[in-house]
Design a protein around this ligand. Structure first.
Ligand code: UT7
Length: 320
């Protein structure tokens, strides 16, 4: 028997309010031209009153469950990746559980910032293959707008809010499912991308701070390396890959990483223009876009990658 974790459904959710570069340029010293040229970002979505990480996550889960043709009561594991939980505790995963009306299941948050979804997927995959659960909701959900310094043009133009979720099911199959995941962290770089507050230090939530140029440099190297690792672990070459779904931080990072591996740009899913960087939500949001518009189909070889604060970085390869 080959027990594999298969994606049975994908869903996503965005806040109602869309904020474009021109509106931002009226608030801080920036321009549409600078943002597009340096990042590829044109718009982002910003959570409003009543919209939180958990409510966006729940909406994404409902859509993923509907696509899988499943009821929430069948879920026995929820792993939610976020760096912007509704509260310090309880976990946002248990909030989603309650909102979905699930009485009893395993539910916890995973915190690896922009790499969070890859960490969550890897943990859920191991738990499903280990027999701890049969059906998981794996979620990336964030409301970074609430930890941005809206007067700091070097960061506030880059991020947005949203959520993406997949239903992951343990199936006895050789044809589909996650083939390999690879995760990394190097805490020596904690001061390159961080939040200057927290419950155990300042007692405040804090704001995001980033040394963008240094993060950029590390991102291209780390992402190309981990993509190479996950392909090798799956017995694949870059030519076997149908779709790359990268973390959507910057179109230039995505291009440079694909070029380093010899992956053609037509096979890379790009959504940073419309969503900006939604941290842990960016990979499942982009995956949902490419599944819904018909690009990613069952049987395709899909690789996911992300890199973020910590530093953390990781990748996953699957036959969708
Ligand atoms: O998700 C986690 C991973 N995060 C990332 O991957 C982000 C990685 N970093 C990046 O994407 C890029 O480094 C940025 C988009 C953040 C910045 O692009 P850059 O090409 O590295 O620009 P820079 O930081 O070198 O800044 C160039 C210039 C500076 O002016 P001077 O010093 O050359 O006069 C900045 O002050 O651009 C200026 N600048 C801006 N100008 C207009 C910085 N932000 C802005 C802005 N509008 N929003």
């Amino acid at each position: 028997m080959t027990l594999r974790s298969v994606i049975a459904g994908v869903g996503s959710a965005l806040p109602k309010r869309r904020l474009d570069n021109a509106e931002l340029a009226a608030q801080v010293d920036t321009s549409d031209e600078w943002i597009v040229e340096r990042t590829g970002i044109r718009t982002r979505y910003i959570a409003g009153e009543g919209e939180t990480t958990a409510t966006l996550a729940t909406e994404a889960c409902r859509k993923a469950l509907a696509e899988a043709g499943m009821d929430a009561t069948e879920v026995d594991l929820i792993v939610l990746a976020t760096a912007t939980p509704d509260q310090t505790f309880p976990s946002s995963a248990t909030k989603v559980q309650a909102l979905l009306g699930i009485r009893d299941c395993i539910a916890f948050d995973v915190h690896a910032v922009c790499t969070g979804f890859l960490y969550a997927l890897s943990v859920a995959d191991a738990m499903l293959r280990g027999g701890n659960a049969r059906t998981a909701l794996v979620i990336g959900a964030e409301t970074f707008s609430r930890i941005l310094d809206w007067e700091d043009r070097t960061t506030c133009v880059l991020f947005g809010d949203g959520a993406g979720a997949v239903v992951l099911r343990a199936e006895d199959t050789e044809d589909r499912g996650i083939l390999a995941t690879r995760l990394h962290a190097d805490g020596r770089h904690g001061d390159m991308l961080y939040v200057d507050g927290g419950p155990s230090t300042t007692g405040t939530v804090g704001k995001l701070r980033m040394k963008g140029r240094e993060v950029f440099r590390h991102a291209v190297v780390n992402l190309a390396d981990v993509l190479g690792e996950v392909l090798e672990a799956s017995g694949l070459t870059p030519d076997d890959v149908d779709w790359v779904v990268p973390h959507q931080a910057n179109a230039r990072i995505i291009d440079a990483t694909a070029r380093k591996l010899g992956l053609s740009p037509e096979r890379v899913v790009l959504t940073v223009d419309r969503h900006a960087n939604t941290s842990a939500a960016s990979v499942p949001l982009a995956l949902d876009v490419a599944v819904k518009d018909g690009r990613i189909k069952h049987g395709d070889v899909v690789v996911l990658e992300a890199m973020g604060g910590g530093f953390t970085w990781g990748a996953a390869a699957m036959r969708f």
